[in-house]
Ligand binder design. Structure first.
Ligand code: NDP
Length: 450
């Protein structure tokens, strides 16, 4: 049977674009891609990139303050969202154009349209036109999930925060995961009065307990009003703002309420179930280790598969798919020891297991140190950094590395290479320290604390 294309990709985010480009440029495939919103997807348009630029923006309040201790005479006149926002969006426009250009330069045909599946080899575009392809890749990502409760329609999400006309004076952020913690720090740094509710006993559920406690304290010390074991009962728009009734009885008005209560896969309304593509309990597309769905001609990568929902993972999955199906080499995306960072301030970088996870199957030694770094201590700050290594007591391998410090996202990328290579604690120890740095603690922790 003749198809219009060898590959049709639905979704122009990180995973989809990588797969399309590699299939076309290295696999010689005839490729089309449909995107209903903006090329670049969550990462570029309403996720990692604008978030990181806002992290940078918010960091200046601290830099300016600390500058005084270092002899600088600088005065803060406040953050001007009206000046920053257009600059931010110009950068996103530039990146979006680059994504489009790179895909087109690789020979990919782009349809600026929603696409749904008609059958195992046919997609239907928004104008009703149908296109056939030998293989279809679903890379439609995810979207914020807001629970249903009275007044929930008043909540904004991370999709909206980059688009607000003015920064709110006060905001309630609900959730204790990546997005909630990152935006609590960002908005606090930009001068917004931030309250954060998390329903559990400590933020960053699933991460290393010691790290969670450490970051929780830092967030509170930085001025965020963090309430644990607390949730919203209902919300109502009133003249003074959004009135929030809370389970802890601290009811009050906020200018805005942002929900960061997780994300769900964008698998609805695509016709997937009708043609036999199996979905999981959360709506995620079920795939095997080759990213192949229950319908052999249809593959899926990235957040819509809800494996590890990180941009670099989606990119690896998309690349592995293209190599395997079009490049003549069988490649599986490797989901082991994926490092990551939570861009709180300070950041948290991690690779490998938490202490609690490691204890389940290993006899371990824990090396940890928390201290005031020279730069902050000089500026009169009480903040402490945390370095932690989890070591297998039997074979001495470093099972996990956790860093809470300025630049931890950068540091963990390097530590992750060693951990991925199977470095032992003794490999860390025989590496000479770089002095004076905060990261030298990684190679100078001599005695286990536990
Ligand atoms: P997370 O899964 O990280 O966190 C969701 C939070 O919302 C948790 O604290 C969860 O609580 C809470 N929650 C869930 N449902 C409810 C509810 N009904 N009522 C109240 N609270 C609720 O999701 P995010 O939205 O923060 O981020 C989504 C994903 O995006 C991340 O998991 C990550 O994969 C990715 N991401 C990565 C970033 C990075 O790499 N730096 C940055 C941002 C996002 P509980 O723990 O109790 O279930």
């Amino acid at each position: 049977m003749d198809f219009d294309f060898d590959l049709f990709v639905i979704g122009g985010g990180s995973g989809g674009v990588r797969a399309a480009r590699i299939a076309a440029s290295e696999g010689g495939a005839k490729v089309a891609l449909a995107e209903e919103y903006r090329m670049g997807g969550t990462c570029v348009i309403r996720g990692c990139v604008p978030k990181k630029l806002m992290v940078y923006a918010s960091g200046f309040s601290r830099t300016v303050e600390d500058g005084k201790a270092y002899g600088w005479d600088i005065r803060q006149h406040g953050f001007d969202w009206g000046q920053f926002r257009p600059h931010l969006h110009a950068e996103l426009d530039r990146l979006e154009a680059a994504y489009r250009r790179n895909a087109q330069n690789a020979g990919v045909t782009i349809f600026d349209s929603r696409a749904v599946l008609d059958d195992a080899h046919t997609v239907r575009l928004a104008d009703g036109k149908t296109v056939t392809a030998k293989h279809i890749l679903v890379a439609t990502g995810g979207q914020p999930f807001v629970p249903d409760f009275p007044g929930s329609e008043l909540a904004i999400t991370s999709n909206d925060i980059f688009l607000v006309d003015e920064l709110p004076k006060s905001i309630l952020i609900v959730g204790g995961g990546y997005i909630a913690c990152e935006f609590a720090c960002i908005l606090n740094g930009l001068g917004v009065e931030v309250t954060q509710f998390y329903r559990g006993a400590q933020i960053l559920n699933g991460f290393d307990e010691e790290v969670r406690g450490h970051i929780g304290e830092l967030i509170m010390d930085s001025g965020v009003s963090l309430h644990l074991g607390c949730d919203v009962i209902e919300m109502e728009q009133q003249d003074e703002g959004i009135f929030v009734k809370a389970t802890n009885g601290k009811n009050r008005h906020y200018d805005k309420v942002m929900y960061a209560t997780g994300r769900k896969p964008n698998s609805g309304g695509l016709g997937l179930e009708d043609i036999g593509v199996k979905l999981g309990r959360k709506g995620e597309i079920v795939v095997d280790e080759w990213s192949q769905t229950s319908v052999p001609s249809i593959y899926a990568v990235g957040d819509v598969t809800d494996r590890i929902n990180l941009t670099p993972v989606a990119i690896r999955e998309g690349h592995a798919f293209a190599d395997t199906v079009f490049g003549g080499k069988k490649v599986k995306a490797d989901h082991a020891l994926v490092p990551g960072a939570v861009f709180t301030q300070p950041e948290y970088g991690y690779v490998g297991m938490s202490e609690e996870e490691a204890r389940k199957d290993h006899e371990i030694e824990v090396y940890a140190t928390a201290f005031k770094p020279m730069k902050d201590a000089f500026a009169g700050r009480e903040d402490r950094v945390l370095f932690k290594l989890i070591v297998d007591a039997a074979d001495r391998r470093v099972l996990g590395c956790h860093i809470v410090a300025e630049g931890a996202g950068e540091l963990i990328q390097l530590a992750a290479i060693a951990v991925k290579m199977g470095a032992t604690k003794e490999d860390f120890d025989r590496t000479v320290a770089v002095h004076p740095t905060i990261a030298e603690e990684l190679v100078t922790m001599r005695k286990p604390v536990r």
